[in-house]
Design a protein around this ligand. Structure first.
Ligand code: AR6
Length: 174
């Protein structure tokens, strides 16, 4: 599908409207892509996260919240909480699909055209990469079939295995 692209690189340096963070439920910042985003965005992002946490409490797994981007030159950051892999019997697949779907809904409702995703849950949270890539691609394909926004979805891959998985799946997404 031409509205989807797969690239290799650092999500903090992309020319898009909104980037998605693989966050934790406390919105506390952490390692992986979360650490890279907080490092690039500066302390303002952590302050926004803390304010939202004080107001709303934890962000449940599968849900997402949107906020400003600090020093990163995009319009917004969506913090999505993916599931921790526990073997596959704890609705991890449904929750991972929800994280993508809810992020897309937020981007669309704010009128954003271009969104970039990391491979949510496939690092520290241990979700097997092939299964996670399939869920990411099918959820995004389904969403785009039924919505005009976002117009462009970028899968930003940080390792070669993830990049190859997405490239392969993209060829089968019509
Ligand atoms: N740009 C794009 N992708 C990246 C980058 C980057 N700069 N850095 C890492 N990745 P992870 P999770 C990839 O661990 O599994 C944090 O502590 C990485 O290679 O960032 O959802 C949070 O606070 C992998 O493919 O997220 C949570 O506690 C993907 O991003 C927890 O980790 C996701 O890996 C979330 O774990």
């Amino acid at each position: 599908m031409s509205r989807i692209s797969v690239i290799s690189g650092d999500i903090t340096s992309l020319d898009v409207d909104v980037i998605v963070n693989a966050a934790n439920a406390q919105l506390q910042g952490g390692g992986g892509v979360d650490g890279a985003i907080h490092h690039a965005a500066g302390p303002e992002l952590l302050e926004q996260c803390a304010a939202i946490y004080r107001q709303n409490g934890a962000c449940p797994t599968g849900q997402a919240v949107i906020m400003g981007a600090g020093d990163i030159p995009v319009k917004a950051i969506i913090h999505a909480v993916g599931p921790v892999w526990q073997g596959g019997d704890c609705d991890e697949a449904g929750l991972l699909a929800d994280a993508y779907h809810n992020s897309l809904q937020l981007a669309a409702s704010h009128g954003y055209q271009r969104i970039a995703f990391p491979a949510i849950s496939t690092g520290i949270y241990g979700y097997p990469k092939p299964a996670a890539a399939q869920i990411a691609m099918s959820t995004v394909c389904d969403f785009l079939r039924n919505h005009s926004l976002p117009h462009q979805v970028v899968f930003c891959c940080y390792d070669q295995e993830t990049h190859d998985l997405y490239q392969h799946l993209l060829m089968n997404c019509d």
